[in-house]
Design a protein around this ligand. Sequence first.
Ligand SMILES: C[S@@+](CC[C@H](N)C(=O)[O-])C[C@H]1O[C@@H](n2cnc3c(N)ncnc32)[C@H](O)[C@@H]1O
Length: 419
Amino acid sequence: MPIYIAICLGGLGTYVSDLLLREFSESSDLQILQVDDEVNDETQGHAGCGKIEVETTVDPKLLWSKSRFVMTWLVKLAVVENVKDVEDIHAALTAVGATAITAAVTVLRSHAAIDWSSKEFTSEIQRPMASPLHRSNESSPILYRASCIRSGSSHKFTSLDVSRTVGDCVGKIFPPSSWKASMKDYEVRIMSYVLNEKCWCGISLSNVDQQRNKGNLDSEFRHPHTPPDSTAVVGVRPSTASLLISLCEITFGEIVCDPTCGSGTLLIEGKYEWGDKVQFLGGDIDVDLNQMRMSDNNEVQDCGLSLWDCGRLPVRDRVVDVFVCDPPFGVGCGSAKDAVTLLPKLLRECRRCAVEDGRMVMLLAHRVKELRRVTAPGAVGKWNTGWKIVNERRINLGGMLAYIIELVVTVKIENDGDE
Ligand SMILES: C[S@@+](CC[C@H](N)C(=O)[O-])C[C@H]1O[C@@H](n2cnc3c(N)ncnc32)[C@H](O)[C@@H]1O
C-alpha cells in the first residue's frame, strides 16, 4: 500500500487527519500512521507545517479531489528522527533503496496519468493539479531535483547541505543512465522538510510547473483569476481557505458571507464544496469585480459579489448564518492603524447582519489582542461588538504564528453607541 505524507497548515494536523478519516470513511483502507504538528510561540518557518503520514490505497484521483484542505502530498521515502547531521538523512535514504524509490515514482506516474481535463472534474479549480512528467522517451533517464525546507536554530547544516546530500544519495543508488540530477528540467522532485531534529522526505505530487514557478512550499495551485490590478489583495492558500470553510460547519441552506473577500478564495472553496446547497456572498473595498465575474471560474461566477465597505454592508439585518474572513491585519495588506479601527467596525456590522445564533470563523495573524478586547464578556459601548470568542487555534501561517478564531453572536449589543 502506498504511504503518503500530507503536508497541511501547521497547527491543524490533527484536525486535517480527522477530516481525511471522515472524507474517506467508506474506504476502510486509509490509515493515519502518525501526525507531526506543533506550533510554538516562536516562529517556526515554513517547515513548521503539519505532516501526516497516511497509508492508503484510495484512488489518487479521489485523494486529491476530496482533500483540498491538504497543501500538498508527497509519496513517502523516509521519516528520520534524531537528525544530528546530514549523514543521518543519507543513511536513512540509502536504507530505503532503489526498489522503494522506484515504487514511489510509479505512484507519481499513476497520478500524472490522470486526465484532469475529463468531464468528471467539473470545476476548473481541480484541473491544474495535473502533474505532467516531462519525459522525452521512456528510455531516457529520470531527471530529478532534491529540495529542502528547514527550520530550527541548532542545525550544523544548511538546507542546501540537505538537498545536496539527498541528491548525492539518489545519484549513488541509481546509475546515471537511469536517474540524472537536473536543477531546471526535473520531472521528479524529492522534498525534505527538516524541523528541529526530524526530517520528512518524499516525492512531491504537486504540479511540476508550479513547483518551478513558485518555489518550495508555494507549489499549491492558486485560483487563476486573482485581480492583477489590486494592490491590497493578499490571498490565502486554497487549502487554508478550504480548512476555514470546513471549520464553519456549514449546513444546507445557510447564507455564508466573506465581508473582505479579496480574490474570493474562501468563497470559491466554499462554493466548490457546497455548490447550490448554500448561498455565498462576499465583497471587498478594492477588487475589480468585472474581472472576477468574467473569469472562467464557475465558483466565483456563482457567488453574489459586491464592491463594499465591510463597515457598511448592503445586507439586511439578521440574514447571514456564517461569516468567514481573513481581514487585513495591517502587515502586507492595509495599514496597522486601519486594521485596528476596522476590526470593531467589521464585527459590529457583521453582528447586525447575523442571525441570532450567527457564527464567524476568522483568520488573524496580528491584532489578536484587539480582537480579544472587542469580544471580551465585559466590553461595553464601542468595545462591545456583539460577538464572543468560543475557540482559538494557533497555526503556522507560512512561517508565522497566526490564529483561527471562532466566534458566536452574543445575545445583544449593550449600549449601541457610535464608533
Ligand atoms: C487579507 S485580504 C483577503 C484575501 C482574500 N481572502 C483572498 O483570498 O483573496 C484582506 C482584504 O480586505 C480588503 N479590505 C480592506 N479594508 C476593507 C473594507 N473596509 N471593506 C471591505 N474590504 C476591505 C482588502 O482590499 C483585502 O482584499
